[in-house]
Design a protein. Sequence first.
Length: 244
Amino acid sequence: MRVAVFSDIHANLEALEAFFAHAESRQIDSFMCLGDIVGYGADPNCCIDLLRSVPDIGFILGNHDHAAVSPAYSMSGDARLAIQWTKKTLTEDNIAFLKTMEVSRKWRDVLYCHANPYRPLEWYYVEEREYITRSFARSKAKILFIGHTHVAAAITRKNFFCVYVRMPQDHTVVPAAELNRQIFNCGSIGQPRDGDPRASYLIYDSDRQIVEFHRVVYDTEKAAAKIIAAGLPESLALRLAVGL
């Protein structure tokens, strides 16, 4: 089984289409979307429609998805403005779809979630040692797949006190839970924040027990132009070209 794991599309249709085109030739058996389909970008309905048309795909709720269908949400600045615009733009059918998404999903010894596996609706960033340690301690899964930070990472628990964090590059292949438990962050499709503007995702090969990290070029200028044309904050458009 080869599962393409991806997250944080953020209504970026150009990035999402490029990702699917890239994954098409990589013998993918199924897809797992770890949330934040909407927010920031200008194509929330098109992105949801495309994702819903894909066979063999699972969905996890992200904090922006949750905010878009909730009467109360705690966001500020550009994120809040984008969510307010998104709430007005989403179709009733797509609002209903976002409300069906799960906060986590377990498959064998693997757990999929958007941010942290404990208190999932509090949306902690699993990048500092405190939250990494808690995520390992409060989950029994051998492998955790997450998103939310917009930065790809492979995190290995060496022992109770020690974790090893690796920021993988394009085409990096990492053994999956060969000896120790691991957390894999797939990065972001629509708004990477690691200085590389290319869309980021990973493939989990459960038979070979490896994780492959991939980056995909897409038309950032077109996606940015749509954001500006929609009247969304210009900063959300400018950041796409620099991956920050």
